[in-house]
Design a protein around this ligand. Sequence first.
Ligand SMILES: Nc1ncnc2c1ncn2[C@@H]1O[C@H](COP(=O)(O)OP(=O)(O)OP(=O)(O)O)[C@@H](O)[C@H]1O
Ligand SMILES: [Mg+2]
Length: 387
Amino acid sequence: MIVVEGLKKRYPGASHSQRAVDDLSFTVQEGEFYTLLGPSGCGKTTTLKCVAGLERADGGRISLGDTVVVSDQVFVPTHRRDIGMVFQNYAVWPHMNVYDNVAFPLQVGARRESKTSQRDKVMNALELVDLGGLEKRMSTELSGGQQQRLSLARALVREPRVLLLDEPLSNLDAKLRESMRTELSLIQRRLGITALFVTHDQSEALAMSDRIAVMRDGSIVQEGTPREIYHEPADEFVASFVGSTNLFHGEVGASAGEGHVLVETPFGRVACATDPRVDLAGPVAVTVRPEDVVIHEERPADAHEGRMNTFHGVLEIGQFTGASVQYRVTLASGEHLTALSGSREDLPSGARVVVELPVDACRVIRRARPAADSSDERDASPAGVVA
Ligand SMILES: Nc1ncnc2c1ncn2[C@@H]1O[C@H](COP(=O)(O)OP(=O)(O)OP(=O)(O)O)[C@@H](O)[C@H]1O
Ligand SMILES: [Mg+2]
């Protein structure tokens, strides 16, 4: 288990308001795969380095299992923490062969092992990451994916209780990244190891995590399972950062019955599911995922009378992506919507259509506060489609 409480870190030179990590708290349960997800510069690596002991926090407390490793009085150095680490740039030692790379952690520090025990552990770790038989190969003669697996074997060889992973897959090409994603998840589950994973890649986070903490400006905006984060985003920032969505600003008008309200948007009135976290008195946003938008080929208008959330529009373009087609629809009001449909359908560009936004797929969410520094982050756009 990893417990982080009230973690604070400001780098020298940063102003008082520019904390890299600002009063951050979270708990990773035993055997859990927990991900810190957020845009560049939000403090993910800094948090991980504090857990690893590679940075000193300005305040807060960190425990690994029953051991407090960081507090006002305590600082346990990295090599005494029961952790394995994997970083983006593999960091395998080029002058060593595969065997020696993995054996290295067993040859340093207080816990030195006998040669036989070392050999068993190295061979086990190499089998685990599917590099058995390559132990004499120089590490530089491995492919990117193999080097990444080598660094994973090295992180696991001391059988740590906690595995820390900082964007470990981002140097790999798309295909390899996907297969390593699955392998890494399988290995983590097989070992039951507690994993703290850092990424800015939302699809990686959704695919691999038991729980995700979405971070922004050194704080956690929302914590939840991948499904909660995707289907019940806490605000506009989370809705647009995790997945693609259609986002519109509006004001809540009347109630539309139990758990639903009518929101006045730039293209008309939209019936939406409410969320207890949202103050309905103020300005709100509406989010609806592209895969939930339904496109009807134009039929006589009376076919849609009484149906909620239907809007006339023109299908501007459809882009075939293999598994689906992504359509851009311009509504009569001039607003744009993105819709995804099955790739066997084929609607012609320029077609007049009726789009339906199913009521329970439309969610009222909080508007995002402006970013502290939006220069290098993918920010929530004020309205419209966020890809
Ligand atoms: N050694 C350092 N000295 C000064 N400022 C730093 C240092 N390392 C990071 N920062 C700053 O602290 C903030 C958080 O950085 P951090 O590396 O934790 O972000 P990150 O979420 O890991 O981003 P990325 O996705 O780009 O890796 C950023 O504003 C960054 O510029
Ligand atoms: Mg980082």
